[in-house]
Ligand binder design. Structure first.
Ligand code: 0O2
Length: 221
């Protein structure tokens, strides 16, 4: 039941958040199914964990203003892709692309855009795979195609991004150059760490069937 005091604008915001919540719920079911399938049927699960959120109205308005638009529902629908956001954390970079292929294979999901900040990291060192999808949300008035941003990262990339995000808000996007340089160096260290851990995983797999000499030769030479 809608309260009488709600005006048109409040209702529009309420609907925007509700539809994006439904889109997140829909994606949550699909991703939980994949996660559970891997736990049940396979000996390796590429998904470490998943988080879900719908951006709150203050953050939506703030972001619209930051990118140069009036903070309206219409502009949020038109210009934002991450009102509904999902973050999938994987152990290794290769897992990210395996999970992406599974998402891509879902025939009623439309992939709108893929931004590969792993192949081409942002200047500050940020790495993630951003996938913008459109998913049908069924309401009483019909189907609403709704955008969801899926961010895929390794544990190490997520660690860096979480710390950087806190500093970004602390300095309102204008952190001192020493901090920027230090963050970039940490991002490089983290990439190195990701690569080394992946090589370690391949070594462990190789050792299941081969001698240490063969594996070390294959992987490190
Ligand atoms: P919050 O609190 O995470 O929601 P996109 O078009 O979305 O694929 P683009 O062009 O970088 O990517 O857009 P935008 O709007 O700058 O970034 C979208 C989201 O990606 C951000 O949402 C962050 O979650 C994440 N992100 C992008 N760049 C960076 C970065 O340099 N550092 C960190 N830590 N996160 C980043 P919000 O709204 O900023 O935040």
């Amino acid at each position: 039941m809608v309260d009488n005091y709600l005006n048109e604008e409040t209702l529009e915001w309420r609907e925007l958040l509700m539809i994006h919540k439904f889109a997140v719920d829909e994606m949550r079911t699909r991703l939980n199914n994949l996660d559970e399938e891997f736990q049940t049927m396979h000996d390796y699960n590429p998904i470490e964990h998943i988080s879900y959120r719908v951006k709150n109205p203050d953050r939506i308005r703030e972001k619209l203003e930051r990118i140069g638009f009036d903070p309206t529902v219409e502009n949020a629908k038109e210009h934002l892709f991450d009102v509904a956001g999902i973050r999938i954390i994987c152990a290794f970079t290769a897992d990210i692309f395996d999970v992406f292929k599974m998402i891509e294979a879902q025939s009623d999901l439309k992939i709108l855009q893929v931004k590969d900040y792993i192949a081409a990291p942002k200047e500050n060192g940020y790495k993630s795979l951003h996938v913008h999808v459109q998913i049908p949300v069924y309401l009483s008035k019909g189907v609403i195609e709704t955008r969801v941003e899926i961010q895929l990262r390794t544990i190490a990339m997520d660690f860096w991004a979480s710390v950087e995000h806190k500093l970004y808000y602390k300095y309102k996007g204008k952190s001192p150059t020493t901090i920027q340089a230090e963050l970039k160096e940490c991002a490089d260290l983290i990439s190195e760490l990701d690569n080394r851990m992946y090589t370690l995983k391949k070594l462990i797999l190789c050792l299941e069937n081969n001698s240490e000499e063969v594996c070390l030769n294959d992987l490190y030479v």
